[in-house]
Design a binder for this molecule. Structure first.
Ligand SMILES: Cc1ncc(COP(=O)(O)O)c(C=O)c1O
Length: 339
């Protein structure tokens, strides 16, 4: 299938066939495809590309001010995870990472090492950094290994199939980190920015919180947010930024991020309501990060875009735009059921 046009919660393919989009493009188009406020903010930018970490565009400086915590920015979600994990090494001097089964943190080597999907890791196993101590998702990991500099956890697992941990689990991780002097990294790249009904899930417990996906609403930008602001100092390593990218803090992506941060808070109640409609149709998860058993190719044939999920790919996930209407949810669910 080739996407020819996308608008709101609908996508049209190159043959003119229309689909209801329950993917939001892997959770990116939180305000719906081609949101006009995002488009206008991008079009209004007087600078399309600046000098990244050396000389930021004004809009990037504004984005730093708008975020509630100091941040170090990346381009992809995986960059933000890499920044968070490296922050733990810099701050603690300890290389160990405690990560969880079913976790998905990205495909660069460091994020991949923390990722739980064996089939992604296996071809690159000889190169993967570590040590990584893997524990079952949702269980108390026990006292942390002596070399652990951090624990990294998704507040709700995305790619593994909208897995919600038991109540109090993140708090238990916080306590384990406190005992060991390790950092708690909450990877909210999928779950954050409204998708599970909160702007910053994990905020009460995290030392570093990562966001990406919806932040740039289709333009690549991600951030590791230092909820303990002094952690930013760990990066004062000399005259140059030693972890940077040509396209970091792209002004067009920053302009989109301003709109997302302005508009998403008003949608949080709506996310919970729309999530309830999916729950009643057998989709597990939280807010609009949902999944249930199903065949994604069959759903596509029936005119609904869903993404395969679960460690064995047997689930379909629903991560629609946060703006999806009740009518579109109901129609998508009816199409999936073949009604
Ligand atoms: C929780 C989580 N972390 C990190 C990533 C990696 O983000 P990206 O694909 O933008 O590198 C993803 C992508 O799905 C994700 O769901």
């Amino acid at each position: 299938m080739i996407w020819a046009r996308a608008q709101g919660s609908r996508v049209w393919d190159a043959d003119g066939r229309e689909y209801i989009d329950l993917s939001a493009g892997f959770g990116v188009a939180a305000l719906g495809h081609r949101d006009r406020r995002v488009a206008a903010a991008i079009a209004a930018q007087p600078v399309a590309h600046a000098l990244g970490d050396l000389a930021e565009a004004e809009i990037a400086v504004g984005l730093r001010r708008r975020l509630p915590w100091p941040a170090k920015f990346g381009v992809t979600g995986e960059d933000a995870v890499e920044i968070a994990l490296r922050t733990a090494l810099l701050a603690t001097g300890r290389p160990g990472i405690v990560a969880f089964g079913g976790a998905y943190h990205g495909t660069g080597l460091l994020a991949l090492a923390a990722t739980g999907f064996e089939r992604f890791r296996e071809p690159f196993a000889p190169w993967l950094p570590g040590p990584v101590h893997r524990r079952p998702y949702g269980e108390d990991p026990g006292p942390l290994p002596a070399d652990a500099g951090c624990v990294i956890a998704e507040p709700v697992q995305g790619r593994a199939g909208a897995r919600v941990p038991p109540e109090g689990w993140l708090e238990a991780l916080r306590a384990r980190c406190d005992e060991a002097g390790a950092l708690l990294v909450v990877d909210a790249i999928y779950a954050g920015l409204g998708r599970v009904g909160e702007l910053w899930p994990g905020e009460p417990v995290a030392d570093v919180l990562t966001v990406g996906k919806a932040l740039g609403h289709g333009l690549p930008i991600s951030a590791a947010l230092f909820l303990r602001p002094e952690l930013e100092d760990a990066w004062r390593l000399g005259p140059e930024d030693v972890l940077t990218h040509t396209h970091v803090l792209n002004p067009l992506a920053c302009a989109a991020a301003h709109v997302v941060l302005e508009e998403v808070p008003a949608l949080l109640g709506r996310v919970v309501e729309a999530g309830g409609r999916f729950a009643r149709a057998g989709f597990d998860g939280r807010g609009l990060l949902r999944s249930r058993p199903g065949d994604w190719e069959e759903a596509w044939r029936r005119g609904v875009l869903v993404v395969p999920a679960g460690e064995d790919g047997s689930l379909i996930s629903a991560t629609p735009p946060l703006t999806i209407s009740d009518a579109d949810v109901d129609e998508a669910l009816a199409r999936i059921e073949g009604v």
